[in-house]
Design a protein around this ligand. Structure first.
Ligand SMILES: Cc1cc2nc3c(=O)[nH]c(=O)nc-3n(C[C@H](O)[C@H](O)[C@H](O)COP(=O)(O)OP(=O)(O)OC[C@H]3O[C@@H](n4cnc5c(N)ncnc54)[C@H](O)[C@@H]3O)c2cc1C
Ligand code: FES
Length: 271
C-alpha cells in the first residue's frame, strides 16, 4: 500500500524524520525536489523537501512549527497519509565544480543532504557549515560528515562547535578559494549568506516560501528574481541568491503569522 509511514523518529528538538512508502515518487525524485503532503481531504498542502529516496521510499525531515506539522508529528509508524504529490519543482542543476561550500541551518541540514551526496559523487571538495541554536537542534552530523571533506559546526549558545552562526563561520572561511556556495535554512540566514558572498562567490539557495497548491496556480510562492516574477513551486525552489529580492520575500512569508498562530493554538492534536 502507498503513502504509509514506514519509519518515524524524533531526531532533534521538535524535529522528526519519516520514511514514506511511495514508489512512484521515490523512483523519479531528484536532488532539490519536494512533495506536497495533505493529511486529510480538507487539509492544507504542506511542502517538504525530499531529503533522501530509495526505490520505494522517500525520507522527509520536518520541524514542528504550526498546525499541520504538529498533526504530522502525531502520526505513527503504519499510519496512512491522505495524499502526497510529487516530485515537484526543478531538480537542482548541481552547478559548480572544485571547492564547494554548503551552509545549512535548521531543517536545511537535511535539505542539503541530497545535493551534498550528488556533488560528492562527482568528486568535489566539500566544506559543510552546519548552524543550530544549540546542540539539541543538531542532527544528521555523521551522515553529513560522510559526504563532506570538512564539517564546521556553529551553535548560537556555544553548546557544540564554535559559538555563533553558520554565517559567521562562512565569513571566516571566505579567504579560501570557493567556487560555489549552496545555502539552505531560514530566509534571514540565506539572505545573510547572500550578503557575505555578494560579488565574490556564486551562491544558490533553496527557498521555502509559503505555498498553497504547489503547481503554479495560486501565486502564493511568488518571488522577484532579477526583477522578474517567478514561482518557487515551478521555477525553483533553487535560485541564484544574488538575484533575489530578499526584503520582498521575507515580508510576504511573514504575512499570515497572526492567522497561523491562531490555527496552531486551536489545534487539539497535541505535539
Ligand atoms: C519547497 C519547500 C520545501 C520545504 N521543505 C521543508 C522541509 O523539508 N522540512 C520542514 O520542516 N519544512 C519545510 N518547508 C516549510 C514547511 O512547508 C512549513 O514549515 C509548513 O508548511 C508549516 O506548516 P504548519 O501548518 O505546521 O505551520 P503554519 O501554521 O503554517 O506556520 C507556523 C509558522 O511557520 C511559518 N512558516 C510557515 N510556512 C513557512 C515557510 N514555508 N517558510 C518559512 N516559514 C514558514 C509561519 O509564518 C508561522 O510563523 C518547506 C517549504 C517549501 C516551500
Ligand atoms: S504554490 Fe501556488 S503558485 Fe506556487
Amino acid at each position: 500500500m502507498e503513502n504509509i509511514i514506514k519509519k518515524k523518529q524524533k531526531i532533534a528538538e521538535n524535529t522528526f524524520e519519516i520514511d514514506l512508502r511511495c514508489p512512484g515518487i521515490a523512483k523519479n525524485a531528484r536532488p532539490g525536489q519536494f512533495v506536497m503532503v495533505r493529511l486529510s481531504d480538507n487539509g492544507e498542502r504542506i511542502p517538504f523537501t525530499i531529503v533522501n529516496s530509495t526505490k520505494t521510499n522517500i525520507t522527509l525531515v520536518f520541524k514542528v512549527v504550526g498546525f499541520s506539522t504538529k498533526a504530522l508529528s502525531n502520526l505513527r509508524k503504519g499510519s496512512h497519509i491522505h495524499d502526497i504529490a510529487g516530485p515537484l519543482g526543478c531538480p537542482s542543476p548541481l552547478e559548480g565544480a572544485g571547492n564547494l561550500c554548503f551552509v545549512a541551518g535548521g531543517v536545511g541540514i537535511a535539505g542539503i543532504y541530497p545535493l551534498l551526496k550528488a556533488l560528492n559523487q562527482k568528486g568535489n571538495n566539500l566544506i559543510t557549515i552546519i548552524g543550530a541554536k544549540s546542540k539539541d537542534n543538531l542532527f544528521w552530523v555523521d551522515k553529513i560528515r560522510k559526504e563532506s571533506n570538512k564539517v564546521l559546526i556553529a551553535t548560537e549558545d556555544g553548546s557544540a562547535g564554535r559559538r555563533g552562526t553558520a554565517v559567521d563561520v562562512l565569513g571566516m572561511i571566505m579567504r579560501r578559494r570557493l567556487d560555489m556556495v549552496y545555502a539552505n535554512g531560514p530566509l534571514p540566514m540565506m539572505k545573510n549568506v547572500s550578503k557575505v558572498t555578494w560579488r565574490m562567490v556564486k551562491t544558490r539557495v533553496a527557498l521555502s516560501t509559503l505555498m498553497v497548491d504547489g503547481i503554479g496556480l495560486c501565486g502564493s510562492c511568488r518571488v522577484k528574481v532579477k526583477e522578474k516574477q517567478k514561482f518557487v513551486c515551478l521555477d525553483g525552489p533553487e535560485f541564484d541568491a544574488h538575484e533575489i529580492d530578499w526584503d520582498e520575500i521575507i515580508r510576504r512569508t511573514t504575512m499570515f503569522c497572526d492567522e497561523e498562530a491562531h490555527a496552531s493554538k486551536k489545534c487539539k492534536c497535541g505535539g
